[in-house]
Design a protein around this ligand. Structure first.
Ligand SMILES: NC(=O)c1ccc[n+]([C@@H]2O[C@H](COP(=O)([O-])OP(=O)(O)OC[C@H]3O[C@@H](n4cnc5c(N)ncnc54)[C@H](O)[C@@H]3O)[C@@H](O)[C@H]2O)c1
Length: 251
């Protein structure tokens, strides 16, 4: 049970699941939790070897291979974790894919729409649903979902599927926060602006000068916000989608 009133960050021995931990923001989140002494479950479809290696392959790190497009794989990934640790303190729904953009609506195909909606939005629902009974039983839990500035403004360099999936995540966060509150479950989102990762590396149009704080974001900028929203430091915050964008959007 987490105390009701906020206190300093203390994530030692908390069981924390991070999706999309193979690289980029997800890896930075996993490393930040590891630094805080948490037990970190890394989930990804891609190899988690390098991320685990950065944590010295510690016995506090558990890589789990899972295609978040598959409801079956999600179910099979979560139950052994619950079974092993008997608790799940934090879930970070971070994994996502982008997709094509910069063309007319009629040129977007259904296959890509479904892939992006399933990887980004449906997996957020499925992962949250999978940990919900455990968190309910505990009477405590923190869930952080990765939205995007694209879900708020319709994207700078993103297609309709990506923007819709991220806007959907923002709405889901609010529903889950309302319905989780009575069980002690906090649900929040983050809407990053442009962050330097493999997802954006081919976007030469995104420039430092666009950002009031004068630079693009780094994965650590998001990771530290996730730590805050996952800890008792944010015990009076639920249902928010926090803008972490260097001032690019002040909503
Ligand atoms: N980079 C940015 O500028 C930016 C901006 C706003 C929001 N975001 C969001 O932040 C999050 C992380 O972005 P990133 O830049 O680190 O992206 P990234 O592409 O570097 O990493 C995404 C991770 O998700 C994993 N993944 C993709 N499909 C998967 C699947 N089917 N099953 C399991 N894992 C899968 C990938 O293997 C990868 O490790 C995403 O939700 C993204 O939408 C990023």
């Amino acid at each position: 049970m987490i105390p009701a009133v906020s206190g300093p960050v203390n994530l030692k021995d908390k069981v924390i699941i991070v999706t999309g931990a193979s690289r980029g923001i997800g890896r930075a989140i996993a490393l930040a939790f590891f630094r805080e002494g948490a037990i970190v479950v890394l989930v990804d479809i891609a190899s988690l070897e390098e991320t685990a290696h950065l944590m010295s392959c510690s016995d506090r790190v558990f890589p789990v291979s899972c295609d978040l497009n598959s409801p079956e794989e999600i179910k099979n990934a979560i139950w052994p974790i619950t079974n092993k640790f008997k608790k799940i303190d934090v879930l970070v729904n971070n994994a996502a894919v982008v997709g094509s953009y910069g063309k007319e609506l009629e040129d977007f195909d259904l296959e890509e729409w479904e892939k992006i909606m399933n990887t980004n939005l449906r997996s957020t629902f499925l992962m949250t649903r999978a940990v919900w009974p455990c968190m309910k039983k505990q009477g405590a839990g923190k869930i952080v979902c990765m939205g995007s500035i694209a879900g708020k403004i319709g994207g700078l360099f993103a297609g309709p599927h990506y923007c819709a999936s991220k806007g959907g995540i923002h709405g889901f966060v609010k529903w889950a926060a309302k319905n989780g509150a009575r069980h002690g479950i906090h649900v929040n989102g983050i809407a990053p602006g442009p962050i330097v990762t493999a997802m954006t590396v081919n976007e030469p149009l995104i420039k430092d000068e666009m950002i009031p704080l004068g630079r693009l974001g780094q994965p650590a900028d998001i990771a530290e916000t996730v730590v805050f929203l996952s800890s008792q430091a944010s015990n009076f915050i639920t249902g928010c989608v926090l803008d972490v964008n260097g001032g690019l959007l002040m909503a």
